[in-house]
Design a protein around this ligand. Sequence first.
Ligand code: TYD
Ligand code: MG
Length: 465
Amino acid sequence: MAKRRSSFVCQACGAVSSRWTGRCESCGEWNTIVEEVVDGGVGGGPKTAIAAGRPAPLSSLSGESEDAARIVTGIGELDRVTGGGFVVGSALLVGGDPGIGKSTMLLQAAAALANSGKRVIYVSGEEAVAQVRLRAQRLGLADSPVLLASETNVETILATLQQGDTPHLVIIDSIQTLWTDRVESAPGTVTQVRTSAQALTRFAKKTGAAVVLVGHVTKDGQIAGPRVVEHMVDAVLYFEGDASHTFRILRGVKNRYGATDEIGVFEMTQDGLTEVGNPSALFLDQRDEDATGSAVFAGMEGTRPVLVEIQALVAPSPLGTPRRAVVGWDSSRLSMVLAVLETRCGVRIGANDIYLNVAGGLKINEPAADLAVAAALISSLTNAPLPSDAVYFGEISLSGGVRPVSHAALRLRESGKLGFASAYTGRIAKSDGSETLRLHEFSSLSELVGRIAASAPPPQEPSED
Ligand code: TYD
Ligand code: MG
């Protein structure tokens, strides 16, 4: 009998090592190494000599090319992120925290396509058929002709999919519950997840069905993260949001057939997910206009301008090492803005506790938010409310300068549409100017600091009694 070989696989990043360690040397996570038997499975290598291959035809880059055929769901926010619908014969991964709404969104997409006459198969490995039906009833989709199965074995699933006509769309919910006879590891381990995803991706390529894989992202590394699947599929979308807010953001992080910087915005309601056509209005909905430490950032998400409120609180710190808490932005970027304020603008801010929050649970990763963050910080520090009808955008350089950013015209147009009257920003090209907004252009951050500080209320005299 052949000797069984096992290897030690990190469940967080998929790195393989020859011995067990407490900490993965590749990604640094603790307690994520699990022993997996590889003999006969993936990575086991061919048992017989490799058969001689047949040469593949070679061609040039300049030949004819067709646009990928797509299946349009009619859910605009989803189609925008996929780049115009699911691509025929491709595999797509939808990742996200448990409970964020992946199953809900995909059931809605499945129903929309099934209603338009497409053959759609929804395989749930997590919920029984009755549970999925219950959800469909709740969403008002019970009459839609989606074909349903509750199954976790990959071979059974493939056999089911090969029955009858090739499906247009297959949804597998979720990839972590699948297991295949071909490998011996437990369901949910990296080897199982990878082998299952490979089999389903191959099915998509071979038959021309669009396959959507759902993957949970967990922080504790017990279940293999969908990261190991990312390089196998054609597109990866992440569904984000925080459980205490109703809206959800679908973000493309990889797409072989389109742009990756688009987002789709949804709101979770009693009747499932509804599309949010104008996210700025939603993000600014509950803004307290007279509060200090609040600045509106005119940002871009892909090709779409999105306005969002940035809130800062600067409070005297009782601690030797002041606290820094950031939600929705990069904390090292905050440190940089603070250092520039301190060194280049002479603002004594470093000894305070600082809290920064992007309202509504949106995550911003644009450097253009620097100026809005700085304005919110100064406003909170000096107790000077910012004009409520102003937006801020601009990148701050280490020398204390304000750099212009891309898409100024789009940002200004969106701000004007939402009723804002002025914009504080870096220098703007003439052609990008705006007729509706008053522009305040700054080339250095200290000018903006001086401007905000000048409107601060006089410091209160200590009372004499
Ligand atoms: P679900 O789609 O099951 O999340 P995932 O598949 O990502 O784990 O969504 C679960 C949450 O959504 C659950 O907490 C309840 C909520 N929800 C609604 O608020 N409205 C609805 O119509 C539905 C179906 C779910
Ligand atoms: Mg689910």
